[in-house]
Design a protein around this ligand. Structure first.
Ligand code: HEM
Length: 150
């Protein structure tokens, strides 16, 4: 698969995987808050699973694995092909938010391990960072979708 194409832009398969994994991360992450039961989404026919914490957690982990693979692939190909081209303000904001989400997400993965190895302050900081970055990303994504590239 030549997902970089000749122009250096990610290909269609890359873009679809990116959209699907980020949508799955947002949906499963919000499902862990947990609000789908409270706001009756889980009462709709066929959507009872959205209130099951273990199901949304597994979805979040699978989507995070795909997302991390895409981010790694993007960074490596960018370094190899366009390392000096500017990423722009939109790319910069996305990069910072993704960086915060990944760092805090990794801390939360370790928090979820059976052995308590992390200091409580780090866990609280990572939880707040993860939720805040997720909400800011959602806001930024909705803004870009509504008002375009400006
Ligand atoms: C676009 C990227 C992402 C978004 C929008 C997102 C969103 C969220 C949200 C909203 C929560 C719920 C927070 C809470 O209840 O405290 C959450 C939890 C979590 N996320 Fe993410 N996340 C993203 C990426 C990642 C990545 C890359 C990882 C792993 C490296 C990760 C690991 C986790 C873990 C472990 C939890 C806690 C689950 C639990 O409560 O046990 N997330 N995420």
């Amino acid at each position: 698969m030549n997902s970089q194409g000749q122009t250096g832009h990610p290909g269609r398969a890359f873009r679809w995987l990116y959209i699907v994994s980020v949508a799955a991360l947002l949906f499963s992450g919000i499902g862990q808050m947990p609000i789908f039961k409270r706001y009756y989404l889980a009462d709709l026919p066929g959507l009872a699973w959205t209130a099951d914490f273990m199901i949304t957690l597994v979805i979040h982990y699978i989507a995070a694995a795909v997302f991390l693979a895409l981010v790694s692939y993007y960074l490596v190909t960018r370094l190899m092909t366009r390392s000096l081209s500017p990423i722009g303000r939109k790319g910069g904001i996305r990069g910072v938010l993704f960086g915060l989400l990944i760092l805090s997400g990794v801390v939360l993965v370790f928090r979820n391990l059976p052995a308590p190895i992390l200091p409580p302050g780090l866990i609280v900081g990572a939880t707040f960072t993860h939720v805040a970055a997720a909400m800011l990303f959602l806001l930024a994504a909705v803004t870009v979708l509504r008002f375009g590239k400006k």
